[in-house]
Design a protein around this ligand. Structure first.
Ligand code: NAD
Length: 322
């Protein structure tokens, strides 16, 4: 029994693979190791995973259907897919929109087609995003809320994934679950995301640009809670074929400035802050309604930012030697 994890060298993928391996599952990791951020960090995550002999890694793109088909044919024991590979990041979707459609739309279709033709497949779980809530003003965001106005192409590709999944579940009797993650942070985190950018700037003594004049609020989710949640969902495919969506957030809307203050405290240094206006595509507030997730999957986040930030900063100092 093997779980195919796409995006295995990524931030969340790494933690999900570790959680699967820790409980004895076999993992086939798949990732194209692209250069969107420092590939040395992806290699370092992979080095950690490779210490376990139940982990196998294959390099390739999820948008390359011949490659994916070849890999799947060579691994007839795949019973589940956790599809996390994507071109992530809201702001970069203004710079290279084609990368988003390639990885997130074509790549998602290839994974749906793979699921459709895998006879032993029990469940495909994939990453969506809180960004699909776009211009919504109703707080907290619930899965049933309207999601017709994504504010970035990234969000639009994630919403497209949800719609394609809904169609495939109905047409081909698949069990599919989409997870709307809310700002995930923690050890081995992403260098393009605010927690990492702020931490790096604090240690380098550089100025931190904070957009929307510091008024943003985010539902920050600690990565261990998220990895546990991905497995909770993966282990509970729906009784009947169909497509389900779940919010995965901490269910706390935190002031960005409080997040920065906790980073300062954990780092033992003051941040230099420059307040700037909002950027195109940014959301002012994110806040997850997780009632459905708790009810169906029995999942509850347990890590507050007061606990999670020191753990992130501890890892950051070790990894960067600062
Ligand atoms: N981290 C968050 O806060 C967050 C929030 C919402 C949604 N998500 C989603 O969760 C998933 C994982 O995010 P992450 O934070 O770990 O990002 P990440 O960038 O660290 O991981 C994604 C991985 O996918 C790989 N990848 C990209 N394009 C690929 C392709 N065409 N083929 C194969 N591999 C490819 C990358 O090399 C990377 O290792 C993504 O789908 C992302 O959109 C993340």
């Amino acid at each position: 029994m093997t779980v195919l994890v796409t995006g295995a060298a990524g931030f969340i993928g790494y933690h999900v693979c570790q959680a699967l391996l820790a409980r004895g599952d076999g993992v086939l990791g798949f990732d194209n190791l692209n250069h969107y951020y420092d590939p040395a960090l992806k290699q370092a995550r992979l080095a950690g995973l490779r210490t376990n002999n139940r982990f196998e890694f294959v390099e390739g793109s999820v948008a390359d259907r011949a490659r994916v088909q070849q890999v799947v044919e060579q691994h007839p024991d795949i019973t589940g897919i956790i599809h996390l590979a994507a071109q992530a990041g809201v702001r970069y979707s203004l710079v290279d929109p084609y990368a988003y459609v390639e990885a997130n739309v074509m790549g998602h279709l290839v994974m749906l087609e793979t699921a459709r033709h895998l006879p032993g497949l029990q469940h495909l779980v994939y990453a969506s995003s809180s960004s699909v809530y776009g211009a919504n003003t109703k707080i907290p965001f619930a899965v049933g809320d309207p999601v017709d106005h994504p504010r970035s192409l990234y969000a639009a590709t994630k919403r497209a994934d949800e719609l394609m999944s809904d169609t495939y579940a109905r047409l081909f009797g698949l069990r599919l679950s989409g997870l709307r993650f809310f700002t995930v942070y923690g050890p081995w985190g992403r260098p393009d995301m605010a927690p990492y950018i702020f931490c790096r700037a604090i240690f380098a003594g550089e100025t931190i640009p904070i957009y929307n004049l510091g008024f943003a609020k985010r539902d920050f989710s600690f990565v261990d809670d998220i990895a546990r949640g991905v497995l909770a969902c993966y282990d509970r495919p729906a009784a009947e074929p169909g497509h389900r969506l779940y919010n995965f957030g901490a269910h706390r809307s935190e002031e960005l400035m409080r997040f920065v203050a906790l980073l300062e405290r954990a780092a033992g240094r003051k941040a230099r802050i420059e307040l700037k206006p909002a950027q195109p595509g940014d959301m002012t507030e994110t806040y997850a309604d997780i009632d459905l997730t708790t009810r169906d999957l029995g999942w509850m986040p347990t890590t507050t930012i007061d606990e999670g930030i020191p753990r992130f900063v501890h890892w950051f100092r070790q990894y960067h030697g600062c």
